[in-house]
Design a protein around this ligand. Sequence first.
Ligand SMILES: NC(=O)C1=CN([C@@H]2O[C@H](COP(=O)(O)OP(=O)(O)OC[C@H]3O[C@@H](n4cnc5c(N)ncnc54)[C@H](OP(=O)(O)O)[C@@H]3O)[C@@H](O)[C@H]2O)C=CC1
Ligand SMILES: O=C(O)[C@@H]1CCC=N1
Length: 272
Amino acid sequence: MTQASVCFIGAGNMSRSIISGMVNNGYDPKLIYASNPSQPKLDALQADFGINTSNDNLAVAKQCDVIVFSVKPQLMEQVCNHLAQLDLSNKLVVTIAAGIPAKRYQDYLKQPIKLIRTMPNTPTQIGYGMTGLHAQDNISDEHKQICELLMQSGGKVVWVEQEDELDQVIALAGSSPAYFFLFIESMIETGIKMGMSEQQARELAQQAALGAAKMVIQNPEQSLATLRNNVTSKGGTTAQAVNTFEQGDLRGLVDKAMHNCVARAKEMAQTF
Ligand SMILES: NC(=O)C1=CN([C@@H]2O[C@H](COP(=O)(O)OP(=O)(O)OC[C@H]3O[C@@H](n4cnc5c(N)ncnc54)[C@H](OP(=O)(O)O)[C@@H]3O)[C@@H](O)[C@H]2O)C=CC1
Ligand SMILES: O=C(O)[C@@H]1CCC=N1
């Protein structure tokens, strides 16, 4: 499939993650543009990936087939309003912002648009991303394929039928790298308190996390409970640790955290 020209409006963490995935996967950097008000992130993107950069959202959006909105949700209205003067009828609009519903973009851009909402995550940067996608009814298969190509460069993609399922994607994949980072961070802190060097504690915890994630992926026929039980010798050390988590209601806490994550996405949908 021919590669489309793509501009990223906002050159922060997530744009960098997606651009990195695209370029590492063979996307022509000459077809990628990023626009940002401040210069350092643009310079780094240009140096690292050889893409085009600009401080002018309007100029890059005018030039490209695909516009990816990648600013914080609270800035979306202002950024879209500025681009409303462009004729977007032949362009695909993609957004990665949490919360903001598809219909709001049409209001902000003041014209009918072809929009795909996506919810990626930062591991996209290293090819292990997970992105949820939702297309409005007016999106062609070609546009779906174009968007899929962008997001697949950084990992896996899943299409959801209903737009509000993207909120669940946020709780399970968009935000969840932070949950795992917090867990590993806590383990490292305790490892240090127990007398390990930070480097040693990190190496032990990160390798255990990687091994555990790979075991989950490579054993789809085994339940998580089985994998857990295989580590947990009766009367042994793991049982003590796992019981501590269960008594502290880790599951309840995870449930509460994920529901709060979804609730915030819904609140953002009302706010921005
Ligand atoms: N981080 C994540 O894990 C994920 C984030 N998202 C979504 O991605 C979006 C971006 O998040 P993230 O990358 O983390 O945020 P960042 O703050 O890292 O990036 C946002 C970028 O937008 C730039 N910006 C500010 N004003 C403008 C403007 N007027 N025109 C163009 N660019 C502008 C900022 O520039 P400057 O710093 O110079 O002000 C910054 O570089 C959000 O909507 C978020 O919901 C989705 C999935 C995962
Ligand atoms: O925290 C946020 O709002 C964004 C969306 C998912 C990950 N980061």
